[in-house]
Design a protein around this ligand. Structure first.
Ligand code: CTP
Length: 401
């Protein structure tokens, strides 16, 4: 009974996958959840309210009011009753309405007034799914902090085969359980994350930078928030987007700005993960005006930037955990261990440029973690999201001490 005491509101929209909602309700109820169901009118054509009412043990809500007696179905009450709103299946039409606040049925008004987290399981034909309009709506919903349960690939009701089939009820139930259980792990913890490159200006139109994409740091911030942590994400210039009500993103450009923001916020945090590729040097002089081309040789003098991780290591209190990264090309372990000492880190995440698929720009990474007690953990090449989970597991073990 992993969902005992949880109030789950299930929203069903009008797609063929609505029949799977019956199994989903049964699984949620079996885990001890209290389930209420709100359906769109079209959803009733695919699965009957009687089936859903019987399985959920609660009357089904479709209309704004009961036509028999005029009793008002309050979308505000429904939204505040639920600990989680799961919309499965979510059609392209309903997701479009959710993304753009087209509040023409009870399900959408409930969505718009819900204060609880929302999980959405899209279901539609493959071409509809991959249409840019639909993908844009999904991105918009993600930007509102909604959790999208990716559809599966496989045979579709149309007879075509591709991505668009709603995730199986068992998989959705698993996600729901994961949401409630894992969320607690970092609840009431606050973690600072630095991510991306820094750009050091030469003149108003030029800078010195590096190839860091920020993907690793953003994946870490996202996973931390998924586990319930409050995150201060200090982000260098990157095209990445992130949205989660637990993440406060502070954009910076230079190492000095990253230093100022990090030093300001670190004292209130339980830990920091320094995944940014901070420029070690900046031009000693910045030109106010664009430097004009000439045939003469040009020299730029660089001066060192401050070491942010080392400063946090200096001001670190006993109960704070500081995590660094090391991207090395040679003598990896030796160099990484030196950094643990010099920056007073609790552990360091080492990636080597020698490993294919690791480091800048890739969606994957291959890391080793070395802690200050000199224990080493080696991991396989995996997606950055999973790498983030591995790093956070070690962070959690250190936070407990
Ligand atoms: N770091 C930092 N501030 C800097 C430089 C690095 O906070 N000015 C952090 C990085 O975010 C990383 C760790 O320190 O977590 C190690 O970064 P790295 O560039 O590998 O180390 P450096 O100390 O710069 O050493 P080197 O470049 O000589 O290897």
């Amino acid at each position: 009974m992993k969902l005992k005491g949880k109030n789950i509101l299930l929203g069903i929209t009008g797609g063929i996958a609505a029949y799977k909602a019956a199994i989903l309700v049964r699984l949620l109820v079996k885990e001890g959840a209290e389930v209420k169901v709100v359906m769109t009118k079209l959803a009733k054509e695919f699965i009957t309210p009687l089936t859903m009412a019987t399985l959920s043990k609660n009357p089904i809500l479709v209309e704004f009011f009961d036509p028999e007696n005029g009793q008002w179905n309050s979308h505000v009450d429904l939204g505040s009753w639920s600990d989680l709103f799961v919309i499965a299946p979510a059609t392209a039409n309903s997701m479009g309405k959710m993304a753009h606040a087209v509040a023409d049925n009870l399900l959408i008004t409930t969505y718009l007034s819900a204060k609880c987290p929302v999980m959405i399981a899209p279901a539609m034909d493959l071409d509809m799914f991959k249409h840019p309009a639909n993908l844009k709506n999904i991105e918009t919903l993600k930007s509102y902090g909604n959790i999208i349960i990716e559809p599966d690939s496989g045979e579709l009701a149309s007879g075509l085969s591709g991505k668009g089939r709603m995730a199986e009820p068992e998989a959705i139930t698993e996600k729901v359980i994961e949401f409630f259980t894992s969320k607690k792990k970092l609840k009431s913890k606050k973690i600072l994350v630095t991510a991306g490159p820094t750009f050091e200006p030469i003149d108003p139109v030029r800078f010195i930078g590096n190839y860091s994409s920020g993907k690793m740091g953003f994946a870490i911030a996202e996973e931390l928030a998924n586990l319930g942590a409050e995150v201060i994400l200090v982000a260098g210039p990157t095209n990445l987007e992130i949205s989660n009500s637990l993440i406060t993103r502070i954009n910076i450009q230079t190492a000095q700005e990253m230093y100022d923001v990090s030093v300001k916020h670190f004292p209130d945090c339980d830990g920091a993960i320094m995944s940014a590729a901070v420029a070690d040097y900046k031009p000693a002089v910045q030109f106010d005006k664009k430097v004009k081309r000439s045939n003469a040789e040009m020299q730029i003098v660089f001066e060192p930037n401050k070491d942010i991780a080392a400063e946090l290591g200096r001001i670190k209190k006993k109960n704070q955990v500081l995590v660094g990264f090391a991207l090395e090309t040679n003598d990896e372990f030796e160099n990484a261990k030196k950094k643990i000492k010099n920056k007073n880190l609790d552990f360091i995440v080492l990636n080597s440029l020698k490993d294919e698929g690791a480091g800048f720009g890739h969606n994957t990474n291959k890391i080793s973690i070395i802690d200050k007690q000199d224990s080493t953990f080696k991991f396989d090449l995996k997606p950055k999201k999973e790498v983030a989970t591995d790093i956070i597991e070690v962070l959690i073990s250190k936070l407990k001490k």
